[in-house]
Structure formats: structure tokens, C-alpha cells
Design a protein around this ligand. Structure first.
Ligand code: DC
Length: 205
């Protein structure tokens, strides 16, 4: 298997910023799996699909083309800005809870990593537990809710707390820390410090 660094954790724990910088420093590719679930949600809404219609969501997710870097594109549609709106923030957890949607996304995530011979930093919720159980290094980032809210300023505390609850309590691949993962509380750390810690673990690995 190619090198995979799995970075999981709740919203606002610093995953995206850290994963992006780490990938850049190490010369690895970067995959934002949350953006994939967001892109499917955006297209479903555009097509008028009910976000409780699991069959329709599954068939949509199974047939779409998605890229997340440098722009988030689904079926030739650029949804980079659209996927950060409050409408998507408040519905994406429902779409991400659908087992068929997850299966389709996980398949694409594994195919993506296979195509990156230098390796990939992958960030999400189930990367170390489900998508890449054999990952080279598994990191689980956490942070106090108040700090996570500040980092996601504008989303509102309800949004983050209720998304966390849905993501952690769903039946299919809930957010949880893998037994092999190293946990890091980023509450009082800068991005540089977090990237430094992970790089040190990688070297010691
Ligand atoms: O990381 P984010 O906020 O962009 O994630 C958006 C949503 O997708 C969030 O509800 C969690 C979900 N998600 C998931 O279930 N599995 C992943 N691997 C990544 C994100």
C-alpha cells in the first residue's frame, strides 16, 4: 500500500489546515474527504433530492465524479464555495450517515490513494478506522468545543455540536478513535506545533 497518513477528528479540531500543510511539507497529495460528502450533499440539493431518501442519495453518490483539489468539482460543477454554506453545514451529516453514500465515497478514497505513489495525507472521520486500517500513521485530533467554535466562526455552536453528535452516533462508520491512533489535543497548540508533532511521530515510526 502507498503511504497514507490518516487524520481524523471532530469539526474544528484543525484537521484540514494541519493535513494540508503536512502534505505540502512532505510532498504528499492531500485528500479532504469531508469535501466529498459536502459535494454530494450540494448536488443532491440542486437536484431536489430529499436528504432522507437513502436510495436516491446512494445512486447519486455511486455515479458522480469528484475531485477536491485544488477546487471541489462534482460532475464538472465547481462547488468550492457552495459546500461551505450553512445549508450544507446543516444537512451534510444526514447525507454522510447513509451507508450506500459512504461505500461509494470510501471506494473513491481508496482509488485516489492508490494513484498517488508518493503518498497521501487523508483527513476525515473514519480514515484510520475504516478507509485505511493499514495507514502508515493514524492521528486523531481533538480540541475543546469553545476553541472549535472559534475556528469555525460563523457556523454557530449548535451547528458544530449537533454535527458532532450525528457524526459520532450514526450506525455506519461513526467518528471514533482507532486503537492504533495517536491522539493530540490541539486546544492550546498552533498549526506549526501540531504539524511538528506529527512530523516527529512520522520520523520515529
Ligand atoms: O470535515 P467536514 O466538516 O468537511 O465534514 C463534513 C461532514 O462529512 C461531517 O458531517 C462529517 C462527514 N464526514 C464523514 O462522515 N466522514 C468523513 N470521512 C469525512 C467527513
Amino acid at each position: 500500500m502507498n503511504t497514507v497518513i490518516a487524520i481524523d477528528g471532530p469539526a474544528g479540531s484543525g484537521k484540514s489546515t494541519v493535513a494540508r500543510l503536512l502534505a505540502e511539507r512532505l510532498g504528499l497529495s492531500f485528500l479532504d474527504t469531508g469535501a466529498m460528502y459536502r459535494a454530494v450533499t450540494a448536488l443532491a440539493i440542486r437536484r431536489g433530492i430529499d436528504v432522507t431518501d437513502e436510495d436516491a442519495l446512494t445512486s447519486l453518490a455511486s455515479t458522480v465524479d469528484i475531485t477536491t483539489t485544488p477546487r471541489v468539482i462534482i460532475n464538472d460543477l465547481d462547488v468550492t464555495e457552495e459546500i461551505r454554506t450553512s445549508e450544507i453545514n446543516s444537512t451534510v451529516s444526514m447525507v454522510a450517515a447513509v451507508a450506500g453514500v459512504r461505500e461509494a465515497m470510501v471506494r473513491r478514497q481508496r482509488e485516489f490513494a492508490e494513484r498517488q505513489p508518493r503518498g497521501t495525507v487523508v483527513e476525515g472521520r473514519d480514515i484510520g478506522t475504516v478507509v485505511f486500517p493499514q495507514a502508515t500513521l493514524k492521528v486523531f485530533l481533538t480540541a475543546e468545543l469553545a476553541v472549535r467554535e472559534t475556528r469555525r466562526a460563523g457556523e454557530g455552536s449548535d451547528s458544530i455540536a449537533s454535527r458532532d453528535l450525528l457524526d459520532s452516533s450514526r450506525a455506519s462508520s461513526p467518528l471514533r478513535i482507532d486503537a492504533d491512533a495517536i491522539e493530540l489535543d490541539t486546544t492550546h497548540l498552533t498549526v506549526e506545533q501540531v504539524v511538528g508533532e506529527i512530523s516527529a511521530w512520522l520520523k520515529a515510526h
